[in-house]
Write a protein that binds this ligand. Structure first.
Ligand code: PHE
Length: 459
């Protein structure tokens, strides 16, 4: 896929091509690493419920809007926004969408590096060492090691976008994705059948208002954007490659289903294991945050037969899922530089590399060398995650909603979605959310995240 002028613009091969590629971008660390730790931390079943509601309402509205805008204009975000309006507001809207992947990409590669570290550990036969209580904290405290593994992952990503061998990666991910689903089902079954795991299954699946807080909604919304790859212009770009005879609504539903299915499976692998393996410290471990997957999965593998083989398979599949997502993030950054700042692919790749290494290094050293430095009480990785997911993405989503309401119009979107007689079954929900709820809701979320970090309110 390359960004070409509209006449020559590449297209996906039919709906399957679109769905697989979009799912390849959507399914990644967000599903397997981020979703379970947020669900564990912010309420279990009630988080899951809020998340599902958000995916089916706001997520749906945004995906449809972004995809339709992309297909109407055949442009990437900045030009697509400019296509509909010339004001400074629209320019800002286009750019904020384009900048978000530049903030997420680098720290995404840091977590990708953790995955590679664990993969290497299993290949080296360290199944018991990796399951040790302090393995993760000792790893993360070693700046040289974390930085090294981050560079390995970041270089893999940059090499792929430089050579544009995306097609190859996509071919690999067509095999890897189904393999990931099968393995996830096997591990989830193993995990939920451990003694003591039932409490975790209940915690994850049964909503309980006593675990609800406003943070449940804030974090679920950020996670929804992140996981579905929306509110950052990526789907505008993907929509611009979509053929006119593909149903936007059907493919959107499939992507939502696939992405959410994998997230739930990951929750079932990880959360019950917290209860089964951490005994008295289960409550603490639920709060573990970004390290959760790296603490519980090795314990599962350490306790099972064939742990080494399954550990290798698991981290290899997570590695590929992460790489396809990282590539789509980096690719978006590179094409923004190419299209808007008129750079060559070489130059654009170079800038992406410098940006990734710079911001990524801050994140990876934030746990060790730079652990004394915090921004608004957060280490660098948490800060970049918070900045992009809780501040910038709600703003980007608001700009997209305004663009639709003011310029594209709901009728315009409807015409694009129903082109060639394609269905738009959820049009009523779409219209209602967009007209009456979206901007207000997003503004409230944004306002409360800001007030929370400033210490004005406590969520
Ligand atoms: N959605 C991806 C995930 O869940 C992350 C991502 C965001 C990838 C944006 C590409 C673009 O891991």
């Amino acid at each position: 896929m390359s960004n070409q002028s509209s006449a020559k613009r590449a297209t996906f091969s039919g709906r399957l091509g679109y769905v697989l590629t979009t799912a390849g971008s959507a399914v990644g660390l967000g599903n397997i690493w981020r979703f379970p730790y947020l669900a564990a931390k912010y309420g279990g079943g009630i988080f899951l419920l809020v998340y599902l509601i958000l995916v089916l309402t706001f997520g749906y509205t945004l995906i449809i809007s972004e995809t339709a805008i992309g297909r109407m204009t055949r442009k990437s975000p900045i030009s697509a926004f400019a296509h509909f309006g010339k004001g400074a507001g629209y320019r800002f809207g286009g750019w904020i969408n384009a900048v978000i992947p530049m903030i997420i990409g680098p720290y995404y590669c840091v977590i990708g590096g953790w995955v590679v570290r664990y993969l290497a550990g299993y290949i080296g036969g360290g199944v018991q060492a990796l399951a040790g209580d302090n393995f993760f904290s000792e790893f993360i405290a070693n700046g040289v090691s974390v930085e090294g593994w981050f560079l390995v992952f970041a270089i893999c990503t940059v090499v792929v976008i430089f050579f544009g061998v995306q097609k190859g990666v996509e071919k690999v991910s067509r095999v890897m994705m189904p393999a990931l689903v099968v393995l996830a089902i096997v591990v989830a079954i193993y995990s939920v059948t451990r003694p003591g795991a039932l409490a975790g299954v209940k915690y994850f699946l049964i909503p309980d208002m006593k675990h609800f807080s406003w943070m449940t909604v804030v974090s679920a919304l950020g996670q929804m954007f992140y996981s579905l790859s929306c509110a950052m212009g990526i789907l505008i770009t993907y929509g611009s490659y979509m053929e006119k005879d593909v149903s936007i609504e059907k493919s959107t539903s499939e992507v939502e289903l696939f992405d959410t299915g994998i997230a739930i499976l990951a929750g079932l692998m990880i959360i019950p294991a917290v209860f089964a393996f951490s005994g008295d410290s289960a409550a603490d471990n639920l709060q573990a945050g970004p390290s959760l997957m790296f603490i519980t999965m090795p314990k599962i593998f350490g306790s099972m037969g064939l742990g080494t083989a399954i550990g290798i398979a698991f981290f290899l599949l997570v590695f590929f899922a992460a790489l396809t997502s990282a590539v789509s993030l980096a690719e978006t950054c590179a094409s923004t530089f190419e299209d808007e700042l008129h750079m060559s692919r070489k130059m654009a790749t170079l800038i992406v590399t410098v940006l990734y290494i710079g911001l990524g290094t801050l994140s990876s050293l934030g746990f060790n060398v730079l652990s004394g430095v915090t921004i608004l009480g957060m280490d660098f990785l948490d800060f970049f995650d918070f900045l992009s997911n809780s501040i910038m993405m709600p703003i980007a989503a608001i700009t997209t909603c305004i663009l639709v309401l003011r310029s594209v119009t709901i009728d315009g979107i409807t015409a694009e979605v129903t082109l060639g007689g394609a269905p738009f079954k959820r049009k009523k929900i779409y219209t209602f959310i967009l007209k009456y709820l979206s901007i207000l809701f997003l503004a409230v979320i944004l306002g409360s995240s800001v007030l929370n970090v400033l210490g004005v309110i406590h969520m």
